[in-house]
Design a binder for this molecule. Sequence first.
Ligand code: PLP
Length: 489
Amino acid sequence: MTNHRKSPVEISQDEFKAIGYQLVDTLAHFMTTIEEKPVTTGETPKQIQQLLGNDKLPEEGISAEAIITRSSDLLLNHSLFNGHPKFFGYITSSPTPIGALADFLAATVNPNVGANILSPMATAIEKQTVKWLTEFIGAAPTCGGLLVSGGNMANFTAFLAARTAKAPKNLKEEGLTDSQMVFYCSKATHTWIEKAAVLFGHGTNAIRWIATDADNKMNTDVLRQTIATDLQNGQKPFLVIGNAGDVSTGVVDDLVTLAAICKDHDLWFHIDGAYGVPAAVLPECKSMFKGIEEADSIALDPHKWLYAPLEAGCTLVKNPQHLIDTYSSHPVYYNFGNHEDEPSTNFYEFGFQNSRGFRALKVWMALQQVGKNGYVEMIAQDIALSELLFALAQAHPELEAVSQNLSITTLRYVPQSEASENYLNQLNQTLLNQLQEGGEVFLSNAVVTDKYCLRACIVNFRTSEKDIQEVVEIIVREGRKVHQSLQGK
Ligand SMILES: *Cc1c(COP(=O)(O)O)cnc(C)c1O
């Protein structure tokens, strides 16, 4: 250290240890006492802003210790904790503790995983992570891919690869001269597809929203008919997207039939498994995910059901050359050549990013800490807890259990007196807001066959049966209160 240039950002070894150990102590305590805190404080943006205070850009620096202490205080006392055992909102998991340590290590070494030469070990670890994820979910063993920031990016990355593979060869030079390219997905598909349609110049009219059956799966007869009609009308279908765990209720489409339809028409078959596809590791779920090995590409989100801290998504492509065909270029200012004996992997050629952080490390570490069997156990428990919630709702006279797939349960509060559908929707929407602000439990919502429901998605390794029982009591207790106040009593 003594020969280092003196810079205001450097921290001496002793100080780094002192504040680092202190932070580790604070975080260890936080993790072991998290259930004693509210899930969220319910503070308004204005209150939060006030806590943050003075928003002048600092002119002069202050000590790192003071900053660490204040930042810990702000974040540990005024955040929503998705690591809390009663957090079931949206699809955000409790974060693996080893992931926190992984990010610390990754940030310290700071490999740029855009090019092999800049990140020799990190690139090898990311390649191994991609291989392990492929094996984990049972995708085609030829799959390659990369880590991205999340499900949206994972789906976008695959979308463009699909287009390059299926479009006329001049698309890369001439752009979208052919505006007839269309693609297919069920009405339950996540909003990323609309962003993709806009971003990549197709427009949202190019999305063919295929109706779902009563079970919320894509209706494959309607899909066939729609493709046939489009072909008759001179459109150019190129892609079908299947859901493996739709974002709202967790339904897995009939992947085998979708794969067959794609084969018949030479279409790219993409699976959006951002949430659900890790459940394919469970022997009892294997049949539900049959067809996954046929997919040309798959999006999955380690920051959902593999419990990686945000952010970690992953794109897998059966023939990874399609990624390189889409994203690779070789500017003169890059000297990222191959080794003579072995071509090197430069991840900048696989996706959107150029400089890339080391997201893979936290996923790679957790896969080793837990092992495949550990994940089988945790994912199965999440599903069992979701089923328990459904069963308790079914058994309760003031609750209606609406749906249960994978680890997502939807339900609603239904007072014992006569109530219209309109009123029930209003009641449950108010109830959800109340619960979210209350901080005892965090749920989100779903609209299932026009019913406004409370929705619990359990991707949380801290949740126990007792939490589920308590959540049922909380919902009923608060439901009664909201009903009474809406009645003006
Ligand atoms: C969560 C989710 C996405 C979006 O993923 P992000 O990580 O939030 O970008 C896309 N599709 C499905 C099915 C999802 O569950």
